[in-house]
Design a protein around this ligand. Structure first.
Ligand SMILES: Nc1ncnc2c1ncn2[C@@H]1O[C@H](COP(=O)(O)OP(=O)(O)OP(=O)(O)O)[C@@H](O)[C@H]1O
Length: 261
């Protein structure tokens, strides 16, 4: 029996005035895989990811999660459906603690008769769960869970963002350039985290310009060009220079290159 994709997009179109950021873009993510999305600057990678994570609404096209059509109107709706995104600019609040950042937007509150927002935050419960999650992901080099995120190194911050996505993403984790601003050691740690998340059974969409990182961790590589999916390749069958040549239009991929999951 063929495996069904978990998340698909068909014919996505997104226009910004006269610019067409997505031009009939397709997308398929299969259970348990790391799918890298690569493409030249302006190819439409971020727009594709924003559409499937609810940050933008496409003008045309269809997105399905587990076979059912979804119409996310906001990132929170995608999060509620189990799709967590780690954005390039992280979206962490520097002055807040690690635990508070992990629960940002879905705080645990003490029981009470008042409406949700009037009830006291249950810091103890959040710190306990944050510690559990970070330990599970091997991130407990971070000593103090109540430490402000601004006091962490770039790699540790990225770790908190990835841990948050892995902790709450019940179906899909999307990462936009997670190693872009990191040093060699910190990048390594984040790549290990990505593989940890995969081992825990969650599929990952990894947007990256870093070819060695992409070829190291991806099971399949979606190549985006001029607003649409050009092809999907198996990194074991193509070289990094093939991928760059396809991405820039220097070479045309063979018709049969579309890699099956
Ligand atoms: N909010 C916006 N307003 C106007 N144009 C936009 C907007 N967002 C994206 N675009 C345009 O849409 C096209 C695709 O952009 P997008 O950011 O999706 O590409 P990308 O592949 O992620 O690029 P990069 O690798 O440079 O981040 C570009 O021409 C970009 O200028």
């Amino acid at each position: 029996m063929a495996i069904e994709p978990l998340l698909t997009a068909r014919g996505l179109v997104k226009r910004y005035g006269r610019v067409t950021a997505l031009d009939q873009a397709d997308f398929d993510l299969y259970p348990g895989e790391i799918l890298a999305v690569i493409g030249d600057n302006g190819a439409g990678k971020s727009s594709l990811i924003k559409a499937i994570s609810g940050a933008i609404t496409p003008d045309e096209g269809e997105i399905r999660l587990e076979g059912k059509v979804v119409n996310f109107k906001a990132p929170m709706e995608a999060r509620d459906a189990g799709i967590e995104t780690v954005y390039q600019n992280l979206a962490l609040s520097p002055a807040l603690s690690i635990a508070d950042n992990m629960f940002l937007g879905r705080e645990i509150r003490k029981p009470g008769i008042m409406g949700n927002w009037f009830r006291m935050l249950d810091r103890g419960a959040m710190e306990k769960r944050a510690r559990e999650k970070l330990t599970e992901l091997g991130l407990m080099t971070i000593q103090n869970i109540s430490q402000a995120v601004e006091t962490l190194s770039g790699g540790q911050r990225q770790g908190v963002a990835v841990a948050r996505a892995a902790a709450f993403g019940s179906k899909v984790v999307i990462m936009d350039e997670p190693t872009a601003a990191l040093g060699v050691k910190e990048s390594r740690r984040v790549l290990e985290l990505i593989l940890d998340v995969k081992r825990r059974g969650l599929p990952i969409v990894l947007i990256s310009h870093n070819m060695p990182h992409v070829f190291e961790v991806a099971d399949r590589i979606h190549i985006h060009r001029l607003g649409r999916r050009l092809t999907v390749i198996d990194p074991k069958e193509y070289t990094m220079s093939d991928a760059v040549a396809f991405m820039t239009g220097a070479k045309v991929p063979p018709e049969a290159a579309l890699a099956a999951a």
